[in-house]
Design a protein around this ligand. Structure first.
Ligand SMILES: Cc1cc2nc3c(=O)[nH]c(=O)nc-3n(C[C@H](O)[C@H](O)[C@H](O)COP(=O)(O)OP(=O)(O)OC[C@H]3O[C@@H](n4cnc5c(N)ncnc54)[C@H](O)[C@@H]3O)c2cc1C
Length: 296
């Protein structure tokens, strides 16, 4: 069977697209490894009518609603390869099955590359966080830190005092004098010493142990980690990709079409501002564009 659309990634962007295409009675195959980027957080914030909901519950509800449309099929397997041949896209799955589709939607998301610092990974999405709009309110007025990971971290350190008293951990790195003066003007404390690890029984509060033996108690640490695509299929297909400040981004037009005819992309892989709402809107836009391309 040749599907009207194969969607690689069945999370916020992919399921939003599947919903629209299912409601247009188009045949859709959703491939998903069920590892959305925000699976480390128990609550998703800033989402209309769902503020504070568990993201995995939101996705389970969404998937059940999409599954009610008989033209949508789900396969919980990774897409590992994709080629365009005979006017169709052939997508190979991990166990060797090949699915065929007239169009393709890439919605496989990104993977955060966390710093190799003991104590960070187990707190990711809990008290080590990246987005103040998603998780800052829960730490309002508490002891906040920002970890120096890239030139972008200075920008993060200048924003976070909006939520609470902030320390910028240079972690042995450098900062320009003007930038340091600006942070101090905003009330930020600058800690130059290298960090050894994060210590504590719980996700929060915890402490930053410095190489000089000092420990600084914190409630939350903000980081801006680099990221990579969760799949190389955009590259395999020859999609144009531009470098963003923290990671790559598939180039799309305003309807979410890539430079490769028949290939669309949505969600985190297509933008630098990453939220559930943007991903859902992208999925809807891509679905409209895909439907148009199938009709006209
Ligand atoms: C810790 C954390 C907390 C966050 N909290 C919030 C919040 O509170 N509010 C908010 O609005 N945003 C939040 N975000 C951002 C939000 O998670 C993303 O913007 C959103 O998940 C992007 O949706 P997406 O569909 O583009 O990608 P994802 O949700 O990452 O989904 C990609 C899907 O593709 C699948 N996949 C990957 N590779 C393959 C493959 N080869 N084959 C098949 N399937 C594949 C994955 O398993 C996954 O299901 C948070 C992010 C993080 C990291």
């Amino acid at each position: 069977m040749r599907y009207d659309t194969i969607i690689i990634g069945g999370s916020f962007a992919g399921l939003s697209a599947a919903l629209y295409l299912g409601r247009a009675s188009r045949s859709v195959c959703v491939l998903d490894t069920r590892a959305p980027r925000n699976r480390f957080a128990s609550a998703s914030h800033g989402v209309f009518a769902q503020d504070g909901s568990d993201p995995m519950t939101m996705l389970a509800t969404m998937r059940a609603q999409v599954a009610a449309y008989p033209t949508v099929r789900f396969v919980d397997e990774a897409a590992v390869g994709a080629v365009h041949e005979n006017n169709a896209f052939s997508v190979t799955l991990t166990k060797g099955e090949v699915v065929s589709g007239t169009t393709l939607l890439l919605a496989f998301g990104i993977t955060d590359i966390l710093p190799d610092l003991p104590g960070v990974a187990e707190r990711w999405g809990k008290s080590v966080i990246h987005c103040p709009y998603c998780h800052g309110y829960e730490f309002n007025g508490k002891r906040l830190g920002v970890l120096n990971l890239s030139p972008m971290s200075v920008h993060q350190a200048s924003l976070i005092p909006e939520w609470g008293p902030t320390t910028f951990f240079l972690n042995g790195g450098a900062i320009e004098q003007d930038a340091a003066a600006d942070l101090v003007r905003r009330g930020v404390t600058i800690e130059p010493a290298p960090i050894e690890r994060l210590v504590g029984e719980d996700a929060a509060p915890f402490a930053i142990r410095l190489s000089n033996g000092n420990e600084q108690p914190l409630d939350a640490l903000f980081i801006g980690p680099p990221y990579r695509f969760s799949s190389d299929i955009a590259e395999q297909l020859g999609c144009a990709i531009k470098a963003g400040q923290l990671g790559p981004c598939v180039t799309v037009d305003e309807m979410k079409a890539t430079n490769v005819a028949g290939v669309f992309a949505a969600g985190d892989i297509t933008r630098s501002g990453h939220t559930v709402t943007f991903a859902c809107a992208d999925g809807v836009m891509a679905a409209l564009a895909i439907h148009r391309s199938l009709i006209f």
